[in-house]
Ligand binder design. Structure first.
Ligand code: MEV
Length: 443
């Protein structure tokens, strides 16, 4: 097929069925089969499907992901069953197992350290920097006054614009400045609120220079480059930790004592603190837990990951987000996580399952959800490190992997039991499982 036959104009105007028809006939060898497969994932309830369709453009079907739960989380003394959306095997099992481990050792403790969100208006201005600084207080007053109608309802909820600073970037790029604004957005993630305020600041700034007698020169006209929130929110931060006497850690596989475990665990965390290669994988494990709750509760996992990785590099080298210490016989493991999330507005109230996730968590406010997410990330990290420094990670992974292969090869219940027994001592691979099944199927 010519490549021009694989392009189309007016695709977005086609009906959903029209879109699927064009796609299956253009890109698939078995169009009818693919068409009915895609349509089989449509929601049986038309209204529900419409809600999903409206989240994004050119929707042709739904992409199912497992919705799991990790019970037995005790966070700040309260029990939670944490909803997790993730496709990777072992993640939910690992979170559940860490939750159970810490349930009898004081549970997870958390503290929200700050909830400041940020946005920027980037602009160019060719006038005198000293003059701009000198007049900035009047500029700021005008910006706040003109944005007031937009902020009224947020202010009533206890939030709003906290401050606006002028940042001079002219030493790095001629004539470049920035308004750096900070916001409190209460229980909403606040992206729309922040971006609306920022665009208003941009307009007010332009008017200020046009209208003010003090700035009449040509070079004193401002050029707004862009106005957008920053996903880097180092001061929207939550800490989660677990701690107990080393003597209460118990015993670990292969007869490892609590003491050796604690020392080896601390060293594993230290490696992630000093080596960016290990830190990336270590933090990825944390985000296995974080993202799955973030997705389950209808929040933006790209924003949260982007922020976390920048935070992990804040001291100049990419490093671990979690830390460990052993002091006076006490083992302590903690995680500092920047987390800009919401529990009202956006997908949190539109997505039918996200709403259920929040209900499962007793409809938390944003503050509480920050704590739950951080605890889940820490639990995930604890489980991953516990496996890595004791049995190795593959043992648990392979168990789930074996199950997936058995399902794929349509093994019946007795074949499954035989395979599980056989592979408790053997290395799992698709071909090994396939030939094992072939052998027992031959009798
Ligand atoms: C796998 O998804 C995550 C781990 O690699 C994390 C880690 O190594 O700490 C197990």
């Amino acid at each position: 097929m010519e490549s021009k036959d694989k392009t189309i104009s007016g695709f977005s105007k086609l009906s959903k069925t029209g879109k699927i028809k064009w796609i299956v006939k253009t890109f698939f060898k078995e169009p009818d089969t693919v068409m009915s497969e895609l349509m089989s994932y449509w929601h049986s309830n038309e209204e529900q499907q419409k809600i999903l369709d409206n989240f994004s453009e050119n929707t042709i079907s739904n992409f199912p992901m497992p919705f799991g739960v990790a019970p037995n989380f005790v966070i700040d003394g309260h029990p939670y069953c944490v909803p997790m959306v993730i496709e990777e095997s072992s993640v939910v099992a690992a979170a559940s197992s860490a939750a159970k481990f810490w349930m009898t050792r004081g549970g997870f403790k958390t503290e929200v350290l700050a909830t400041k969100k940020l946005g920027q208006v980037h602009f160019k201005w060719s006038g005198d920097t000293y003059k701009l600084n000198y007049h900035f207080e009047s500029i700021k007053k005008k910006l706040l006054e003109e944005a007031f109608p937009l902020t009224e309802s947020m202010v009533k909820r206890g939030g709003g614009i906290m401050d606006i600073e002028l940042i001079d970037l002219t030493d790095q790029e001629p004539h470049l400045y920035q308004l750096l604004a900070s916001f409190e957005t209460c229980d909403s993630m606040g992206a729309n609120f922040i971006n609306t305020c920022l665009e208003q600041f941009g307009q007010s700034l332009t008017h200020f220079f046009k209208e003010s007698d003090q700035f009449a020169k040509e070079e004193e006209e401002v050029e707004i480059v862009m106005s957008i929130l920053s996903n880097y929110t180092p001061e929207c931060l939550v800490r989660a930790w677990v701690e107990c006497p080393v003597s209460e850690l118990g015993e670990f596989p292969n007869g490892m004592t609590g003491e050796s475990f604690a020392e080896k665990f601390k060293l594993a965390v230290r490696i992630a603190e000093i080596d960016p290669y290990r830190a990336t994988t270590h933090n990825k494990g944390i985000y296995n837990g974080v993202d799955s709750v973030v997705i389950a509760t209808g929040n933006d996992f790209r924003a949260i990951e982007a922020c976390g990785h920048t935070y992990a590099a804040k001291d100049g080298t990419y490093s671990s987000l979690s830390h460990c210490e052993i002091k006076d016989g006490q083992f302590k493991f903690w995680l500092d996580l920047p987390l800009a999330i919401g529990t009202v507005g956006g997908l949190t109230s539109l997505h039918p399952i996200a709403k259920r996730s929040l209900e499962l968590l007793d409809d938390p406010d944003a503050n509480k959800l920050m704590r739950i997410i951080a605890a889940t990330g820490l639990a995930q990290n604890f489980s991953a490190l516990r496996s890595l420094i004791t049995t190795g990670i593959q043992k648990g992974h392979m168990k789930m992997h074996l199950q997936n292969i058995l399902n794929q090869l349509k093994a019946n219940q007795s074949e499954q039991l035989a395979a599980i027994e056989h592979f408790s001592e053997e290395i799992v691979s698709f071909s090994a499982v396939k030939s094992f099944l072939e052998k027992i199927r031959l009798g």
